[in-house]
Design a protein. Sequence first.
Length: 254
Amino acid sequence: MIPKFYLLLFITAGLLTGCVNTKKITYFNDLEKANGIESANKLQSLKVQPGDVLQITITTIDKDISLILNPAAVNSSPMSTHGMDPGYIVDSAGNVSLPMIGKVYVKDKTTTEINDIIAQELNKTIRNPYVSTRIANFRVSVLGDVARPGSYQIAGERASVLDALSMAGDLNVTALRDDIMIIREVNGEKTYASLNLNNGKTLASPYYYLNNNDVIYVKPGPNKQFNTSKIVQLLPAAIGILSLITTIVIVSVK
């Protein structure tokens, strides 16, 4: 009778160990009953900064003029050749130099505003130009306790912290989810912010949506420092399997 008691005690302990506190590894666990609309953050359009590379495409009814306005490479080289994105580099003064227009001030402008500015200038000499602008070198870096740390290029102009973490293969189990550091450069100065992915208020943070060249640093938890992450991950499953085997043995003995 006593051995069976200890076996049942072992099973109970195993089941309790398997029931890990998922709130520590679940994103936004306080939003189960919250209104998602109220918790969402309004997306702010990206503002162009010095060092950005703009891909500006200008289309006109005259094919020859269109060729002049869209050279193969301006102020940059293809990535495959020199590691740079093709497009127009915004200089330190916040300008880009375009054919037939000259310098255009684009610092702190959105791509929509830049389209309007260039179109207004071209309308003086060209009929019905169409202008499309995008940030060609929009990238973010994800470092720390993630599956695939690295630098990732963003195709559009909208990317959140969750998008970047998804590209990096998500957080490891050992990562701290309540202290994700965002490093951002604004007007030549570094700014820092801490995001708590366990808290739905993070969705309203101005750092939830990323800017060009943002850095996300995921801090490792204490288990990572002692190289026990794999053991921690496998322990509940191993105990659960042992508990199941023990239960089968007890039932078989009876």
